[in-house]
Design a protein around this ligand. Structure first.
Ligand code: CXF
Ligand code: ZN
Length: 366
């Protein structure tokens, strides 16, 4: 079938919105008409060749939409079902068996390789294969094909179009707090970076009943939004020593920190802000694949600090995304406050607006 897709054609360059061809779903796959797709920093770093990904490529990994067709082996979804798309996983390795599919043995080939595990791509242009299957979906498009395992049925209505970010950025921030770090009620937390991931962490921490939720974020409007969403304190890192500012609020430091900016200097500050036995969760991706964090070993041992890498908030997709939808419906996870919608055709304007900080999370509507 003919679909409309935004193609990444060159690093650091505009997307090109074109008509391309989409094949039929394989036995284990689902064809989804995309109602909306979030724009994530990760889409841009892959366009910009953080790791080599052949271009042109259809990126997009925060899609939500309506099932249009299912492959012959899919028995538990039907056309008309409303779904959120997440990342792909194999379903048969040790971590998948533990319901931690974001640590799947096949995470990298299934999400970054640009093709199905059998090497084929569902998308072509003028008869030539286009890099697709990005995070098992490639949803910067009117339609996407995904594996059954990364399609999550949700109860949605008019708001289906904004639900795609639950499949990446929002579950990353919320899951860091609720699952990976499992911050107890009454614990203290600092969140570094007030983008979609950081603000999802703030909302989750309020829901969990954290006693102090300190948001460190340079943009005033994002700090103000953070306070509305649950931050008890905000710090502008432009005003000086952030670790000292945190210790002025909590002399022992924080029990937990979530680092969502991806900047090494911020990770060092986060580490310096921890109380003894404190844990730092790293979710922000640094600009270069080789970036590294130096850790003082004596300090790490003396204070029992823990540094934990977190991908996709340890989400199990099928359980956690419906849980987040339920929290949203109950008013505990008002992620709609972060979102601004743009037509998919205006994807380049949306990238520029998000870059200028005019919106926290852009969602593109095909
Ligand atoms: C990404 C972050 C980099 C590792 C894979 C998952 N999260 C989504 O954008
Ligand atoms: Zn993402």
């Amino acid at each position: 079938m003919k679909i409309t897709a935004a193609l990444a054609v060159a690093p650091h360059s505009d997307f090109s919105v074109e008509t391309v061809d989409l094949g039929a779903p394989q036995a284990n796959e689902v064809l989804v008409r995309i109602a909306g797709v979030g724009l994530c920093h990760t889409d841009l770093v892959f366009r910009d060749q953080f790791v080599p990904l052949p271009l042109p490529a259809v990126l997009g990994h925060e899609g939500a939409g309506v099932v249009e067709a299912v492959g012959s082996a899919v028995t538990d979804l039907v056309p008309g079902d409303t779904v959120v798309l997440g990342f792909s996983s194999c379903g048969h390795c040790p971590r998948c068996a533990e319901h931690l599919p974001s640590y799947c043995r096949e995470f990298v080939p299934r999400n970054y390789a640009g093709a199905r595990p059998d090497g084929t791509s569902p998308i072509s242009r003028d008869g030539s294969a286009v890099t697709a299957v990005f995070f098992g979906q490639s949803s910067f498009a009117s339609h996407a094909i995904a594996d059954r395992r990364n399609v999550v049925k949700v109860a949605a209505g008019d708001d289906l179009a904004i639900m795609g970010p639950l499949g990446c950025g929002l579950q990353t921030g919320a899951g860091a707090v609720l699952r990976s770090l499992d911050c107890p009620s009454g614990s203290t937390l600092a969140v570094f970076g007030g983008g979609p991931v950081g603000l999802a962490a703030v909302m989750a921490a309020r829901y969990r009943g954290c006693s102090r939720i300190i948001l460190v974020e340079p943009v005033a409007a994002r700090r103000a939004l953070g306070v509305e969403l649950g931050a008890t304190d905000v710090i502008d890192p432009g005003e000086g020593d952030v670790a000292a500012a945190i210790r002025a609020l909590l002399p022992d430091g924080v029990d937990f920190a979530v680092e969502s900016s991806g900047r090494v200097a911020v990770m060092e500050t986060a580490l310096a802000s921890l109380a003894s036995r404190g844990a730092l969760g790293l979710v922000g991706v640094p600009p270069r694949a080789e970036d590294a964090l130096a850790i003082n070993i004596a300090g790490m041992i003396t204070f029992g600090h823990r540094v934990i890498g977190i991908i996709e908030g340890d989400s199990d997709l099928q359980g956690f995304i419906p849980e987040l939808v339920a929290l949203y419906r109950a008013g505990h996870f008002p992620f709609d406050r972060l979102i601004k919608t743009y037509p998919l055709a205006d994807i380049n304007a949306a990238v520029a607006a998000q870059h200028r900080g005019e919106c926290v999370k852009a969602v593109l509507i095909p």
